[in-house]
Ligand binder design. Structure first.
Ligand code: DLZ
Length: 158
């Protein structure tokens, strides 16, 4: 299991470009809000710790992860962001809904990403249960929001 070997929040500070002057959009899913709030908290704290100014972080909520690609596209249309981070959490239920949402979100974010010249970051947890989501949103495997923020800063620097 890949994540079991990697804490999502561990990064080498020397490898992270400064976020000074970067303007970052964050799209956050309201579904599983306890988890996505923790992802958002991790992402914002990491951006601030890497010199992004608070006024340069813009947060846009969408109802569920399925809406993340549209939310990202809407932010990109504003033409003022250096990167857009998508944060969500899809948890396996009893039906195949999980598979359809995960596939649509991953493909949707990739499609949005390839149509623009700014980085669009996939910060979406896709877990078998709530426990796994907690472990990856500030638990024993770190916080995917932190990982997403670091990825945004690295990609913005390309
Ligand atoms: C409907 C639904 C379900 C069952 N599960 C999740 C989930 O685990 N995580 C999530 O972010 N969103 C879920 N949704 C909502 C969909 O993403 C979407 O908002 C609705 O289907 C409306 O388009």
């Amino acid at each position: 299991m890949a994540t079991a070997l990697t804490n999502l929040s561990s990064y080498n500070q020397d490898d992270v470009p400064s976020g000074e002057k970067s303007i970052i959009g964050i799209v956050v899913s309201e579904w599983n809000k306890d988890i996505t709030s923790s992802l958002l908290d991790g992402a914002v704290k990491t951006l601030l710790a890497n010199q992004v100014e608070e006024k340069d972080i813009y947060i846009q909520y969408v109802p569920g992860s399925f809406e993340l690609p549209f939310g990202a596209a809407a932010l990109i249309d504003k033409k003022k962001f250096d990167a857009v981070i998508c944060l969500g959490c899809v948890i396996q239920g009893e039906t195949r809904h999980f598979d359809f949402i995960c596939e649509a979100v991953a493909n949707g974010i990739m499609q949005v990403s390839l149509k623009t010249t700014i980085p669009v970051i996939f910060g979406v947890l896709t877990t078998n249960n709530l426990e796994q989501a907690k472990e990856r949103s500030g638990g024993k495997y770190g916080n995917k929001g932190v990982e997403a923020a670091i990825t945004a800063l690295k990609m913005t620097d390309l």
